[in-house]
Write a protein that binds this ligand. Structure first.
Ligand code: ATP
Length: 238
């Protein structure tokens, strides 16, 4: 029997800022082809974990394996070649280019033609198709998030990292975005989504990870971590 390699393994990760350690040995995995939600209250260390995986922050200890390859501290291009794709803060879109220009800009990094990428993006995100000629800077926040996701997906990533999809967006838009995340997972892309508001993320995730104060306190199927999750948020709010 051949063992399936995980899309991501985080092993005993420690990291911090200056002398302050904020991750105290974080371990979890994202199985290939699954959506995993990394949850926890403010300050739990979710973004710090994501930044270590994305190569933005150097861990002080532990390991990050992407698709079975050891990639701690690797340069962004090496991470991209390993199939990692992340949406940067500010979503990384060009406000003065149109929707379609933003999408085709990334075609060079993809295996498909610009035409195929546009078609795929507009099928997946019909709202973007309606606004294809509009400047990206004039899109709503939710539409900009869709554009960022469309661009990320155009590079055929093996692992997509999403940080706080719901930030500043109306509930209905968040619901639409999470439906798309579920769909992306069904297409075989592994997704790690960081979210402070757990319910939406858990609705489309196969696995949830709860973090509190720099440690993983629970890993399990959404229904199995509910108790731990409530405790985490109550503790966090205290
Ligand atoms: P949130 O949901 O509020 O974004 P989080 O779980 O993503 O929280 P992190 O942003 O990873 O948490 O923060 C973890 C801890 O590290 C917090 O105590 C935070 O104050 C601290 N921290 C985060 N970024 C920095 C930084 N650039 N410099 C110093 N401390 C930081």
């Amino acid at each position: 029997m051949t063992e399936r390699v995980n899309a991501l393994d985080v092993i005993d990760l420690t990291a911090g800022y200056g002398r302050i350690e904020v991750l105290h040995g974080v371990s979890f995995s994202v199985p290939s082809g699954s959506v995993v939600a990394l949850l926890g209250p403010n300050g739990a260390g979710k973004t710090t974990t994501l930044n270590c995986i994305a190569g933005v922050l150097d861990p002080t200890g532990g390991h990050v394996h992407i698709g079975g390859h050891h990639l701690n501290g690797a340069a962004p291009d090496r991470l991209a070649r390993a199939g990692l794709c992340t949406i940067p803060e500010g979503r990384g879109i060009f406000p003065n280019l149109t929707v379609v220009e933003n999408i085709s800009l990334f075609a060079f990094a993809a295996k498909a033609t610009p035409r195929e990428i546009e078609e795929r993006s507009f099928t997946q995100f019909p709202r973007l198709a309606e606004r294809r000629g509009q400047l990206a800077g004039k899109l709503s926040g939710g539409e900009q998030q869709m554009l960022a996701m469309a661009r990320a997906l155009s590079t055929d990533p093996a692992l997509l990292l999403l940080d706080e999809l719901s930030m500043g967006l109306a509930p209905k838009i968040v619901e639409d975005l999470y439906e798309i995340v579920g769909e992306i997972g069904r297409q075989g892309v592994s997704v790690l989504v960081v979210e402070q508001f757990a319910r939406r993320a858990l609705a489309v995730a196969q696995l949830g990870i709860v973090m509190v104060q720099g440690r993983v306190t629970a890993v399990g199927e959404p229904a199995d971590i509910e108790g731990e999750l409530s405790a985490a948020y109550l503790g966090g709010a205290a």
